[in-house]
Design a protein around this ligand. Structure first.
Ligand SMILES: *Cc1c(COP(=O)(O)O)cnc(C)c1O
Length: 396
């Protein structure tokens, strides 16, 4: 069958591809360590599990829900944003989605016509560009310089802005770099977006996972003008260790939210009912477990970061949030005679039996991504194997 043009240019997710390759080797009996996936390794907290079980047993999880989500969860989202952002929204400005990923998908479907451009700072989360293309839009990439913690400046953004620019994406703390934009940086970018009437897409999914006293400022909190210009994307996957439950949400302009809801109503109908009841408990129940997981990530980061720097040729500024290391391995590759980062990660997998993700999928050709959402033994052994690989293969 002749498939659509859309699928011909669609790139499958590199993170999922890397973990699939690792699993294949594992099934052949190879002892592979994988630090590819961007999901917490903790089980979903007990109180949330119990809320889900109660929702099943009461029968209320058996049925379709409103497309925008159950009223309890939409109210819980309003209260959550009030508590953590200090911002007041109406329930009509919220939409519950099948993961934050679908919130973004519905958003691009709602705002883009053919040729419309979305400005995406690199390194970027793997799905942004592909989702923009699926909506017939054009992703326009702008490189966050490694010397500036991979963050983009207004001057850089302005240099790629055109009449077709419709929106700009900000993901802070960032996947894959773990870097956080400061208040001043956000203010400058926010004012620029307001001045040119660009929608700010704020992917705040790692907002609760920040370390070493670093602070996350949601861009929507900078000023009322910026808030009006911003669509907040968030969800329970990362903060509550609920990736498998598939609950995300969007908060912003009522008309835009309505358009996204209409798209959801014709595609997914509604997010899974039982997951929505679980998410109500996540957002309104104890937040102690979020802090416990955050501390566990922080401890791993503080142990792993110095180890990572022991690998010859590695350059890495310390990440401030999320749960990834995104080291520059140009020097490491040079030592071992590699010029292509994907060939380098393939060699790490096949020879050192460690699965990491090539930076190429994030728009960065000198970097690799490791997730420290893994147990400590795996992380330590991963670094040791990479070190041993470099020592064995170095040519100088
Ligand atoms: C994980 C992730 C998402 C999507 O999360 P869902 O599981 O779909 O809620 C969105 N943005 C970034 C940057 C992510 O890392």
């Amino acid at each position: 069958m002749k498939l659509s043009k859309r699928t011909e240019t669609l790139e499958p997710s590199v993170t999922l591809a890397a973990s699939t390759k690792a699993k294949e080797l594992k099934s052949q009996g190879v002892d592979v360590l994988s630090v590819t996936l961007g999901e917490p390794d903790f089980p979903t907290p007990k109180n949330i599990q119990k809320a889900a079980i109660a929702a099943i047993e009461s029968g209320k999880a058996s049925f379709y829900t409103p497309s925008a989500g159950i009223p309890e969860l939409r109210q819980a989202i309003v209260d959550y944003i009030e508590k953590f952002y200090g911002l007041t929204y109406d329930v009509s400005q919220t939409l519950v989605t099948d993961g934050a990923k679908f919130a973004l998908y519905a958003l691009f479907q709602a705002i883009l016509d053919e040729g419309d451009e979305v400005i995406i700072p690199t390194p970027y989360w793997v799905s942004y560009g592909e989702q923009v293309k699926l909506a017939d839009g054009t992703p326009v990439f702008v490189e966050g310089s490694e010397d500036n913690q991979f963050k983009v400046t207004v001057a850089q953004l302005e240099s790629v802005r055109t009449e077709q620019s419709k929106a700009v994406i900000l993901n802070s703390p960032s996947n894959p770099t773990g870097m956080i934009y400061t208040k001043d940086e956000l203010q400058a970018i926010g004012e620029w977006a307001v001045a040119h009437d660009l929608l700010i897409i704020a992917d705040d999914i790692y907002g609760r996972l920040v370390y070493d006293g670093n602070e996350f400022t949601p861009i929507a909190t900078i000023s009322e003008e910026i808030r009006k210009q911003t669509l907040i994307i968030n969800g329970v996957s990362k903060s509550y260790s609920m990736t498998g439950w598939r609950i995300g949400f969007a908060i912003g302009d009522k008309e835009l939210i309505q358009a996204m809801t209409d798209i959801a109503s014709q595609s997914t109908s509604n997010p899974t009912a039982v997951s929505q009841y679980a998410a109500v408990e996540a957002l309104t129940g104890t937040q102690d477990t979020v802090e416990e997981m955050r501390q566990a990530f922080e401890e791993r980061l503080n142990r792993l970061y110095p180890l990572m720097l022991e690998i010859p040729g590695v350059k890495l500024a310390k990440p401030q949030g999320a749960f990834y290391l995104f080291p520059n391995v140009k020097g490491t590759m040079e030592l071992c005679g590699y010029t292509d980062v994907t060939e380098f990660t393939d060699a790490l997998l096949n020879e050192a039996h460690v699965a990491v993700v090539t930076g190429a999928g994030f728009g960065a050709n000198e970097n690799i991504r490791l997730s420290y959402a893994s147990d400590w033994a795996t992380l330590e052994e991963t670094v040791n194997r990479i070190k041993a690989f470099v020592e064995k293969n170095r040519r100088k």
